[in-house]
Design a protein around this ligand. Structure first.
Ligand SMILES: [Zn+2]
Ligand SMILES: [Zn+2]
Length: 266
């Protein structure tokens, strides 16, 4: 867990960012405010194999600007970063979005340092292989193009909701997931806007109805009562539930999550 704060970074907690490791391959999922700082405590950022970005809100992607600087201007990179651009799987307007965020002046004819160091792959609703992972995206309910992901490896499945309100696609995506990593941005209430985020109650309800084996809650903003969200989810879902924090490590096993003490391979 590189960062688990929702919407903005919180005290000592970067915004959304998760690092998956299998067969020595490192896949970063989302890369929000502060995630690069967190990443450097667990691996060399040059060892990343790919990035997967759920949507283009800053709390899920803006540290790509910092990663651009690190890759392009590190005085002694371990390889030619322009010859080995980092694959970034993201919504289709990501190149323009990151060029605008990175460049201090408007970009002429699309040329940006961002494009020198990253190799963008637009996400579509079809299964792709990223390193050893099989990744199935699904469009979810959020005010912009936003995806949830089902990520499989070795017979186990992790489903990440990204940012979303309740929707049918999400329930299909989360069906029988071994680990459901769900956003839970607020406590439940009738005044909450539709199609934006999940409450703790809705995250727990999703896990139960989809038949998920275990539930990890994330994306709790600093202004939301984390324990209240956790209590809501536990009231809905009978399986194991935790609210995650930066630095926590889990294994994704058939039947649920385990707490992993296994070091990263780097
Ligand atoms: Zn968010
Ligand atoms: Zn969002």
């Amino acid at each position: 867990m590189l960062g688990c704060s929702g919407s903005v970074p919180g005290p000592g907690e970067p915004a959304s960012g998760y690092l998956l490791e299998a067969e020595g391959f490192l896949l970063a999922v989302d890369f929000g405010n502060g995630v690069l700082a967190s990443l450097q405590t667990v691996c060399d950022p040059f060892d990343l194999g790919a990035l997967l970005i759920s949507h283009l809100h800053p709390d899920h992607c803006v540290d790509l600007t910092a990663l651009t600087v690190l890759r392009r201007y590190h005085p002694s990179p371990p390889f030619d970063v322009c010859a080995r651009r980092l694959p970034v799987h993201a919504p289709r307007n990501a190149p323009q979005r990151f060029a605008a965020a990175y460049e201090a002046t408007p970009v002429e004819d699309g040329r940006s340092v961002v494009l020198e160091v990253f190799d963008f792959h637009p996400i579509a609703e079809e299964t792709v292989h990223i390193g050893p992972f099989e990744v199935t995206p699904a469009l979810v309910a959020h005010p912009c193009e936003a995806y949830g992901f089902r990520i499989r490896h070795g017979g186990a499945s992790l489903v990440y909701t990204g940012d979303t309100g309740p929707c049918d696609a999400l329930e299909d995506l989360a069906r029988d997931a071994d680990v459901l990593l769900s956003e839970a941005s607020w406590t439940d209430g009738p005044e909450r806007p539709v199609g934006v985020h999940l409450s703790g109650t809705q995250a727990g309800d999703l896990a139960r109805r989809a038949g998920a084996r275990s539930l990890l809650l994330t994306h709790v903003p600093p202004w939301t009562d984390r324990n209240a969200v956790l209590a809501e989810a536990r009231a809905e879902f009978p399986g194991p539930v935790e609210a995650v924090r930066r630095g926590a490590r889990y294994s994704v096993d058939r039947g649920g999550f385990g707490v992993s003490g296994r070091p990263l391979t780097t």
